[in-house]
Design a protein around this ligand. Structure first.
Ligand SMILES: [Zn+2]
Length: 336
């Protein structure tokens, strides 16, 4: 018998809960929302985690709306959702918590005796590990960014190759043109810092197929990305045989990105991009210009032979070394 935060779900029922995860100095209790719907028939347990970075909200809203729209009569298995994992980052509209300055997506599997963030991670992860057959971790780029929607699945050293393959298949079932298949053994130019402790990596090492969906930009709710995320999750659930009223997704042309990086500028001031997400550039070129209200516009050139723009800075204010674009530099096309 499966239990989720103490809930033993019955077939055909929907559950809303607020899970206490800690207390602030002023004795205000911090809670994370939890949603669960169990279908009339048995099947896989699919877990959606949203806002592991507190400002990344499109997937959270999509998961909540989908949860309300799903008919338990046409559902096989269980959909479990933690839409706002990072309650501390969420309340300050930020990626991370200011209580412990920790990035929750480096803190899994968490620690029941650790920091506030680690305790929330532990509360969530113990439930995922005990129950989930597969996991989707929703992200967006930061509030300063505009970006195409895409998926990420990671080739994690030491993980079961079968689990890595299943993670990639789930990511493809999500139905986006752009998909990053990242080999962590040779990933370079990724986000600075550690990749250890990411939810997807932790799940994959524990044998649970997991992928990330990046749905546009943070700090706002983008209706087109919410609707796209809902339709895409339905495709994944159909692929897993969880939706009896929907066909599994058909093969389509994919861009499989195997290397990516942030591009950074030397200059400072106001950045004016000359590219947009989804553009490609070959043989190098100008991604944008920086000015500081003078006579000069500094060109921000890229030297890489092949560039696919995943995300472009939206907020123009840049300091030396700030990222200007997030780009794929190696990719191939496949129909799958
Ligand atoms: Zn994120």
């Amino acid at each position: 018998m499966k239990t989720y935060f103490g809930i033993v779900p019955e077939p055909g029922k929907r559950y809303y809960a607020q899970i206490p995860v800690g207390t602030l100095a002023n004795r205000a209790e911090v809670k994370i929302p939890f949603l669960l719907v169990r279908g009339m028939e048995d099947g896989p347990v699919f877990w959606i985690n949203g806002a592991v970075h507190g400002a990344e909200l499109n997937g959270s809203v999509a998961a909540w709306e989908l949860f309300r729209e799903l008919d338990p009569k046409t559902l096989k298995g269980t959909l479990a959702i933690t839409p706002i994992a990072n309650a501390l980052g969420f309340q300050r509209r930020d990626k991370i918590s200011d209580l412990d300055c920790q990035d929750m997506d480096t803190s899994f599997p968490g620690n029941p005796n650790g920091t506030f963030t680690e305790r929330i991670s532990h509360a969530i992860y113990t439930q995922i590990k005990a129950n989930a057959d597969s996991v989707l971790s929703f992200h967006t780029m930061g509030p300063q960014w505009t970006a195409i929607p895409y998926t990420v699945s990671k080739i994690v050293p030491g993980a079961d190759p079968e689990v890595i393959k299943k993670s990639q298949q789930l990511a493809l079932a999500y139905g986006q043109e752009a998909n990053c298949f990242l080999d962590l053994a040779n990933a370079s130019g990724e986000l600075p810092g550690v990749t250890r402790g990411a939810l997807d990596i932790t799940c994959i090492l524990d044998g649970i197929p997991t992928f990330m969906a990046e749905m546009g930009g943070g700090g706002r709710v983008q209706r087109e990305n919410v609707d796209l995320a809902k339709a895409s999750v339905r495709k994944v659930m159909a692929y897993m045989g969880m939706l009896t009223d929907q066909e599994p997704p058909a093969p389509m042309r994919r861009r499989i990105i195997t290397r990516r990086t942030f591009t950074r500028g030397d200059g400072a001031g106001m950045y004016v991009p000359s590219v947009k997400p989804g553009d490609t550039m070959t043989g190098g070129g100008v991604q944008g210009r920086i000015h500081y209200f003078g006579d000069e516009m500094e060109e921000c050139r890229l030297e890489q032979e092949n560039i696919f723009f995943i995300g472009v800075r939206f907020n123009p204010v840049v300091n030396t070394g700030d990222p200007l674009s997030f780009v794929g530099t190696e990719w191939h096309f496949e129909t799958c």
